[in-house]
Design a protein around this ligand. Structure first.
Ligand code: GDP
Ligand code: IMO
Ligand code: MG
Length: 422
């Protein structure tokens, strides 16, 4: 049995915290897509850790962790992350497994990411520049190198062949940066990666499923960054939605049970691209300040706005969301009035559907207003303790989406989460 937990917005919904909270009930936590993404934040005691590639279950003794075939893996980031989690007591050699089919991010993929982004000028995507896009391009272009290839004696020859191909592309971009030190780091990190448990991921996970083990698939980024259904071209390069679990881990659809969708009580986006409910005003500033909406790794300010129910309903539909986890509800504690978009107006025509092309069609949100609760909620431990005004807000969202909000997260800490109706 596989449950899925993924982001319903543009990433950074708090997935790491929720996976860490759920992990105690699972035997295996698996990442199915993405690469060294912006970062999943978790707290171990009062210590903050930002994970990029290692699944967020790594601090739980009861669970093992798998980096699935759908992930693109950077050995350099993995080496650094390995050191960090080890210093917090995790035993990566024992509880991390890596699919041999996961594609490798090479130093030249990072260089290509940077060169491509620079060439886009003011239409840049705001990529994390971790080489994710170029690595997926090499996967679908049938050029890439995979983790399993590291165990082949001809790995270096294959690397050099691909590197030469990349160099021609970099020359086209007139990319001048010297990446020798990146390559040195890469080959050192590759040695470390060879020491880890490299497995046939699809057999590994299916054996666990057939033994009755509980698997939690952890999404990265968010549904609106999905390569097919996101705000293309301002998206990432993988299937961030629940369908990505099947091809990113090699599990059949009938094994999927719950799909937990994580959304903030408002909305944020990092990088470029359409964001209909963005607030480029004092309210947006306020959300950024109170929500500490700055990138987990880069510190980039996140764009902030009201919750967008049109986009959320679309995300629930394409993912088959069965339960919603609403995070950062406490961030709204001091707002006198809240707004939710319930429809878009496109060229004067009202619709409750996400258009194919938001950049040209520029949907204008139509809002419903709610009174704020103006009460601190971060110490609440049960649904009964939450203010009625918050319950009204949550119930409206339930009804609009047709999917229940099952958990409300009211602070970054592990224990700050409330089961609705408990
Ligand atoms: P992820 O990428 O989806 O895992 O999310 P990030 O870790 O990038 O960003 C979420 C941020 O919000 C982190 O700094 C979390 O510590 C924090 N966070 C998560 N849940 C809550 C919450 O309910 N309330 C508050 N105030 N912060 C939260
Ligand atoms: P987590 O997993 C938020 C955004 C980037 C950029 C676009 C493409 O922490 O939620 P890419 O690096 O794939 O070329 O970036 O997607 N982006 C994220 N935004 N959270 C993330 O990850 C993200 N990963 C990528 O800012 O706009
Ligand atoms: Mg993040």
């Amino acid at each position: 049995m596989v449950d899925v937990l993924l982001g319903l917005q543009w990433g950074d919904e708090g997935k790491g915290k929720i996976v860490d909270f759920f992990a105690k009930d699972y035997d295996l936590i698996a990442r199915f897509q993405g690469g060294p993404t912006a970062g999943h934040t978790i707290y171990v005691g009062d210590k903050k850790i930002v994970l990029h590639q290692i699944p967020s279950g790594v601090f739980h003794q009861n669970a093992i962790n798998l980096i699935g075939n759908g992930v693109v893996l950077d050995p350099v980031t993995l080496k650094k992350e390995w050191a960090t989690v080890t210093s917090f007591g995790a035993d990566v050699k024992k509880n991390l497994f890596i699919s041999q089919r996961a594609h490798l991010i090479l130093p030249t993929h990072r260089a290509l990411d940077k060169a491509a982004e620079l060439s886009k000028g003011n239409q840049k995507i705001g990529s994390t520049l971790k080489g994710i896009g170029p690595t997926y391009m090499d996967k679908t272009g049938r050029n890439g190198l995979r983790v399993g290839d590291l165990l082949d004696k001809n790995f270096t020859t294959s690397y050099i062949k691909l590197r030469l191909k990349h160099q021609r592309l970099l020359d086209n971009y007139n990319f001048q940066e010297d990446i020798t030190s990146w390559e040195e780091e890469f080959f050192e990190a590759v040695e470390n990666l060879r020491e880890l448990n490299i497995v046939n991921g699809e057999y590994f996970i299916n054996k666990h499923i057939s033994q009755g083990k509980k698997v939690l698939a952890e999404g990265a980024q968010g549904s609106m960054l999905d390569i097919d259904f996101g705000t293309f071209p301002y998206v990432t390069s993988s299937s961030t939605i629940s369908a990505g679990v099947c091809n990113g881990l090699g599990v059949a659809p009938q094994h999927i049970r719950e799909v937990y969708g994580v959304t903030k009580a408002y909305c944020t986006r990092v990088g470029g691209g359409p964001f209909p409910t963005e607030l480029e005003n004092e309210t947006g500033e306020e959300l950024r300040k109170i929500g500490n909406e700055f990138g987990a790794t880069t510190g980039r300010p996140r764009r902030c706005g009201w919750i967008d129910l049109v986009a959320l309903k679309f995300a629930c539909m394409i993912n088959g969301v069965t339960s919603i986890v609403m995070t950062k509800a406490d961030v709204l504690d001091s707002f006198r009035e809240l707004e939710c978009s319930t429809a878009y107006s496109i060229n004067g025509v009202e619709t409750d559907e996400v258009p194919f092309q938001m950049e040209r069609q520029r949907p204008v949100p139509i809002y419903k207003k709610f009174p704020g609760w103006n009460t601190p909620t971060n110490a609440a431990k049960s649904y009964a303790e939450l203010p009625d005004t918050m319950k009204t807000y949550v119930q409206f969202i339930n009804q609009y989406l047709g999917v229940p909000v099952q958990y409300i997260s009211n602070g970054p800490g592990r224990e700050q989460i409330i089961r609705v109706n408990d």
